[in-house]
Write a protein that binds this ligand. Structure first.
Ligand code: MG
Length: 339
């Protein structure tokens, strides 16, 4: 008898052991361009690898989460946020016997389209770009069009669906996508509390008492409570959710963070400058589209100069945006001007 290859072995094991609500890779709606299946990896684990190896993924390490270009080594960046989301999502997916490969692929790709300077960069591009800008839609654009030198990564339907629908109130078509969506919120609320305490914006005792009582008084305990609650509520169910009491405290904690951290003057102190950088770069590249290269040039002809400028700027790291702004708008000393 011919030996079974590792991919079909795992597909069989997954079909035998995962929840009936899990998305099996052999049942995927597939890719836009047919691709010879891998001998070793399932389609979803192959997508996870494609995301991990792409350029946009590496750039996440120099993109702001909440605190701009953090000087301290212990603050989250968009990359470490992504890894925390992936870990929380995989823990939940495994406990619910959902497809961990699909979950991980969606988690690693969900923020690929994030702009430099966090949400203030996103909001500024949203104002500037006719038709608006949202990071989840941009993440989809990165994987479908911009990556692989403008060819797109040709990912499976379920991974792309989970990426574009990861925001609160969206409805991804798989439970794995819903796991990532809830893991994203669990991750950022908790690690932003941790970073805000580190930055001196917040103290542990400032957190509303009802939240501490219900969720725990440390970073680890809070994450644990939330994960356990999601698993308990959603096990063997066709949905992913938190219990009412935990969800209420979680929403309260999230509202508290918006009021005290995301809109806090210390965290926001650099925001106007960041917006200015984005605005000036956008206006520059919109009118100098001939300076765009590679994948950005390709979509200039198809989608116009505004869209191409937004793609280019959204792909920049915080550091690159600042350097490019300086290059374009800050006079050099006479000695350096020739370089
Ligand atoms: Mg996220």
């Amino acid at each position: 008898m011919e030996q079974e290859n590792p991919r079909t072995y795992y597909e069989r094991i997954q079909a035998e052991t995962l929840s009936p609500y899990a998305m099996l890779s052999q049942n995927s709606r597939g890719r836009e361009r047919p691709l010879e299946p891998c001998q070793i990896r399932t389609d979803f684990s192959r997508d996870r690898d494609r995301i991990l190896h792409c350029k946009s993924f590496r750039r996440l390490k120099h993109k702001t989460q909440v605190f701009f270009s953090p000087q301290g080594d212990h603050y989250r960046t968009r990359l470490t946020h992504t890894l925390e989301v992936s870990q929380i999502a995989r823990t939940i997916a495994r406990a619910l016997r959902l497809n961990e490969d699909l979950t991980e692929a969606i988690a690693l790709g969900h923020d690929l389209g994030h702009t430099p300077f966090g949400h203030s960069g996103e909001e500024m591009l949203d104002t500037l770009l006719p038709g608006g800008f949202e990071h989840n839609e941009q993440s989809l654009r990165v994987v479908e069009k911009l990556e692989y030198d403008g060819q797109g990564m040709n990912l499976t339907y379920e991974v792309r669906d989970g990426i574009v629908n990861h925001k609160k109130d969206a409805s991804p078509c798989t439970l794995e996508g819903r796991v990532v969506s809830i893991a994203d919120r669990i991750a950022y609320v908790n690690h932003d509390i941790d970073d805000a305490i580190r930055a001196g914006v917040l103290q542990e005792r400032d957190i509303p008492e009802a939240c501490t009582r219900a969720l725990g008084d440390t970073h680890g305990k809070r994450i644990n409570t939330m994960i356990l609650d999601v698993v308990e509520q959603s096990f063997s169910q066709p949905y992913i959710r938190m219990s009412e009491p935990i969800r209420e405290r979680f929403d309260e904690l999230r509202a508290f963070m918006f009021e005290n951290v995301y809109h806090n003057p210390i965290a926001k102190s650099q925001e106007q400058k960041a917006e200015r950088v984005i605005e000036e770069l956008f206006n520059y590249y919109r009118t100098h589209a001939e300076e765009l290269t590679g994948e950005y040039r390709k979509y200039l002809e198809i989608d116009g100069p505004e869209r191409a400028a937004a793609d280019y700027i959204a792909g920049m790291t915080d550091n690159f945006a600042v350097r490019d702004y300086e290059r374009l708008f800050v006079p050099k000393s006479w000695m350096d001007a020739g370089n």
